[in-house]
Design a protein around this ligand. Structure first.
Ligand SMILES: N[C@@H](CCC(=O)N[C@@H](CS)C(=O)NCC(=O)O)C(=O)O
Length: 118
């Protein structure tokens, strides 16, 4: 299996995937894309993600963007263990309830906090 994670650890969704893959001891290759150096605007990276954002995965040549979609995909591919992303309907719904909520309920407010404080 070949799994590359294009990420910048300044990015919350990048960090979430990076920490998750590290914590399950997944054999993946991190590919750091320095947003502050505008590396996501290069032609090379735009060919990987035309929306020029991180995170992105390349799983055996299959390119996927959006951290939540990536998490769900890696669970279906059995890269993420069932203990973290349950297959049972109601238990999975609880995980997805959080995933749907966190964009606007958590991430947005944290980003605004650091923008205002910084
Ligand atoms: N909804 C996306 C968010 C992707 C996103 O906004 N990434 C930011 C970093 S957190 C980015 O790459 N920004 C670069 C830019 O907009 O120029 C996800 O969850 O993956």
């Amino acid at each position: 299996m070949s799994l590359k994670l294009y990420c910048d650890l300044m990015s919350q969704p990048s960090r979430a995937l990076y920490i998750l893959l590290k914590s399950i001891k997944c054999n993946f290759e991190p590919k750091f894309v320095n947003l502050r150096q505008a590396e996501h605007y290069t032609e090379e990276y735009s060919a990987i993600n035309r929306f020029q954002k991180v995170p992105v995965i390349d799983h055996n040549g299959f390119i996927l963007t959006e951290s939540v979609a990536i998490l769900k995909y890696l669970s279906r591919e059995n890269v993420i263990p069932e203990s973290l992303y349950p297959k049972e309907s109601k238990a999975q719904a609880r995980v997805e309830e959080f995933l749907e909520w966190q964009h606007a309920g958590l991430r947005l407010h944290c980003a605004m906090y650091f923008r205002v404080k910084g």
